[in-house]
Design a protein around this ligand. Structure first.
Ligand code: SF4
Length: 414
């Protein structure tokens, strides 16, 4: 899809240095809510701006559904002792383009997850889908398989813009896909992007008007950025400048508010009770088990908080998970040093417009708030953080200069 993925789908294995001897980790007394992220890594073709772990299905090739599902099952079975007995609050099936998988495969995947994990009744189960006709015809079957929320990668309703960013669908297909999704899902999301090559403020307004005309329960609106190791990074298109992009962001905020959507995270807007519970868990520093090629996970234990990443290449991942290679499917796993936890917590929590209760910092990092007393005081003094001591919430100024605010919690800045 395009930008809606949370940390579970991180495309690059982060090379956080291993913990030097003597550097303390930190654990938690009671584990936070647990989510599951499943990565399905194939797409029809690679979009030129995309740095996710997505791989084009070669002409004539089929997505190896059966083998990949077997690998996911083996991966999960091996991971079960780490999450034993913990209820799963949400599931997110992301990619790649998960809607390339057949409804039967999605049904088998969700049945497997429900069989092996205690998924809570009424859990939000999101799946990403592209708006191609072939995929929209499957939406009903995905709902019958147990998907409760569909996230559709529309990006724009402007055919020229879609061509410029290399998308395989057109605006008409996007409209039909949205209508079909609205028939079968109460909860659904439109993924859109702004600051597209050559986009004007008027073009942005037209895109937004059209998106809002479908009364979406949830909207994710991402600023197109040039990421390293993408086709766009090699041959950069001309993008709107910073001022133009900032004007676009203001229009998005004003118009979504007028349409009854609440701006609750940097890039997310939702009606009441339609916020994405899965992404909220990432931003609130909850736990997540990441399954599938390149998936990332974060799990809390009494003596440590662990981040892990699966093998990125889908074929190697399958071989590793199925026991056909010497290595297992986990490419990296490390306990996060205590000194890095404040930044990791704030990097997520401060994305939320309403912030998070200050008590969660203690519960979810295992650290005292004294560990961040200095940067908090400085951020309040600079007008970037709300002075209310019971909550960590960016002020409007802090939200505008979010990078600066987050960086105040880096170990070397504290
Ligand atoms: S559809 Fe495009 S943006 Fe989305 S994951 Fe596939 S290649 Fe990346």
């Amino acid at each position: 899809m395009a930008g809606s993925k949370g940390p579970g789908a991180e495309s690059r294995v982060r090379t956080i240095a291993r913990r030097p001897a003597g550097e303390e980790s930190s654990g938690v007394r009671s584990a936070p809510p647990l989510s599951v992220y499943v990565h399905l890594p194939w797409c029809i073709r690679k979009c030129p701006y995309c740095d996710f772990n997505s791989h084009a299905v070669l002409d004539g090739d089929e997505v190896p559904e059966r083998r990949y599902l077997d690998a996911l099952r083996a991966d999960l079975e091996a991971a079960l002792p780490q999450v034993w007995g913990r209820p799963v609050q949400t599931i997110f099936v992301g990619g790649g383009t998960p809607s390339l998988f057949s409804p039967e495969a999605i049904d088998a995947l969700l049945t497997m997850l429900r069989t092996l994990l205690p998924v809570v009744p009424g859990a939000e189960i999101t799946m990403e889908a592209n708006p191609g006709t072939f995929e929209a015809e499957r939406f009903r079957a995905f709902a019958q398989a147990g998907v409760t929320r569909l996230s559709i990668g529309v990006q724009s309703f402007d055919d020229d813009a879609l061509r410029r960013i290399g998308r395989v669908h057109d605006a008409m297909q996007a409209r039909r896909a949205i209508e079909t999704a609205a028939q079968h899902f109460e909860s659904w999301n439109l993924d859109l992007m702004y600051a597209l090559p050559g986009q004007t403020l008027e073009a942005l307004r037209a895109d937004l008007r059209e998106a809002l005309s479908f009364a979406p329960p949830h909207l994710s609106y991402y600023h197109l950025t040039l990421e390293p190791n993408t086709a766009f990074a090699l041959r950069p298109p001309v993008l709107p400048d910073e001022d133009a992009a900032s004007d676009m962001q203001s229009v998005i905020e004003d118009e979504t508010q007028r349409a009854g959507l609440q701006h609750y995270e940097v890039s997310a807007y939702a009606r009441v009770h339609r916020r994405c519970a899965h992404n909220l868990n990432y931003w609130q520093f909850g736990d997540y088990l990441g399954l599938g090629a390149g998936a990332h996970g974060k799990l809390s234990f009494q003596d440590r908080i662990v981040r892990e990443a699966r093998v990125r290449n889908p074929r190697e991942y399958m071989r590793a998970a199925l026991g056909e290679s010497r290595e297992g499917p986990i490419a990296s796993s490390h306990a996060v040093p205590a000194r890095e936890l404040p930044f990791e917590f704030m990097l997520n929590a401060l994305r939320l417009i309403d912030g998070v209760p200050a008590a969660w910092f203690v519960e979810r990092t295992g650290l005292s708030t004294l560990a961040i007393a200095d940067p908090v005081a400085r951020a309040v003094q600079r007008g970037l953080l709300d002075p209310d001591p019971t909550v960590f919430r960016p002020t409007p100024l802090g939200a505008r200069f979010l990078n600066d605010l987050q960086q105040m919690f880096l170990p070397e800045q504290r």
